[in-house]
Ligand binder design. Structure first.
Ligand code: NDP
Length: 332
């Protein structure tokens, strides 16, 4: 079995040489464990933070150890009650072909109900992030005008559609290519979208939302956050979910220059961590599962094939190669 190890801590943009694909023996599962052949694993922006040796809400990856993260696979051997060969499970030991998973960290998933990869995306962690961030953190209500950055990504594409389905007056998205912008408007039903590479975000947002916005869902930070503060209406709310524009920065970046607007407009900016919201999981799966089956909610996935492609998939995600969820597929 092969697995990806972090072998050096990246400074700035990670380089392929910071990682190594290593061969390890596959052993029969110990008591209380299952041996899982991974079929798909997730690469996520938060993993960049785990490559630094700093305290955060998830511990850093250890050098010369396998990296981990969301994965779905099939049980090939079980040494635990309640799990049998052939069961499909969601678990946290991605970045490897075979995983020995303690069963308390495995959740059974049904491939008949939805394609297995969706348990990593639209029905999984990124989907719940969108749902919780919009409805809990940003207190979205019917009639709100919503702006989401990173709008063609896994979280962002779901935020915009959920807002639209819940009665947003206007949904605006930003993304990094004209093709993504076209997808948002023509396929996902965004009212407006723009390519942030085509001009200042502030001007493009003002043009797309002449009456301002009530909710900002931030996946990007930096210039996007400053522009959103400028466009937010009185009593506007922002869910601060991610700041991908600065994950590879080597120096601290200056904050938005217009923070004083928070006072006059009585804005509320609040962070969201998906880990706090697993209480919503059942409601989320019912609602979103229903919307998926009815075809009201659309999603895309970008796959790379084979364990060898793991690091390229991760680097591609940071560059914006993906539309929707980025997934490494090991399915044969
Ligand atoms: P995405 O599917 O959105 O992939 C990342 C995207 O970020 C890329 O496709 C790229 O798209 C965009 N991007 C990269 N660099 C920049 C930049 N400099 N400026 C603007 N956009 C950029 O990933 P996720 O949906 O998984 O995650 C989205 C955000 O949500 C991330 O910030 C992530 O850290 C955060 N997150 C937070 C969670 C939480 O609990 N707080 C949980 C899950 C995710 P483009 O072509 O448009 O540039």
């Amino acid at each position: 079995s092969r697995e990806w190890h972090l072998v050096a801590r990246p400074h700035g943009w990670p380089a392929p040489t910071d990682f190594a694909l290593r061969e390890v023996p596959v052993e029969a599962p110990a008591e209380g464990r299952i041996l899982v052949r991974n079929l798909h694993f997730s690469v996520d922006p938060y993993m960049r933070g785990r490559m630094n040796d700093v305290k955060s809400y998830v511990p850093p990856f250890k050098l010369d150890h396998p990296m981990d993260g969301g994965a779905v696979g099939v049980v090939v051997a079980s040494n635990a009650e309640g799990f049998a060969e052939g069961d499909h499970v969601l678990h946290g030991l991605g970045w490897r072909e075979y995983a020995s998973v303690p069963v308390q960290h495995a959740t059974k998933v049904d491939p008949e109900l939805a394609p297995l990869s969706t348990y990593l995306g639209v029905l999984g962690m990124t989907g719940l992030t969108a749902y919780a961030g919009l409805f809990e953190t940003a207190s979205f209500k019917e009639g709100d005008a919503v702006f989401v950055s990173g709008a063609a990504g896994a979280v962002g594409s779901q935020v915009g559609q959920l807002a639209k389905l819940a009665g947003a007056s206007r949904v605006i998205g930003s993304a990094g290519s004209d093709e993504k912008v076209k997808w948002l408007v023509e396929e996902l039903g965004f009212d407006a979208a723009f390519n942030y590479r085509n001009g200042p975000v502030r001007d493009q947002l003002k043009a797309a939302a002449p009456d301002g916005i009530d909710v900002y869902f931030d996946n990007v930070g930096g210039e996007h956050l400053e522009a959103a503060i400028s466009s937010l209406n009185v009593h506007g709310r922002a869910a601060i979910c991610g700041m991908i524009a600065q994950y590879n920065d080597t120096e601290p970046v200056p904050g938005p220059r217009n923070m004083a607007m928070i006072i006059g407009k009585r804005l509320r900016l609040q962070g969201v961590l998906v880990g706090d919201h697993y209480g919503l999981q059942q409601k989320f799966v019912e609602e979103v599962g229903g919307r998926l089956r009815s075809g009201e909610l659309k999603y895309r996935e970008t796959f790379t094939q084979g364990i060898e492609s793991g690091v390229d998939a991760f680097l591609g995600l940071l560059r914006g190669d993906n539309t929707g969820k980025m997934i490494v597929s090991l399915d044969r």
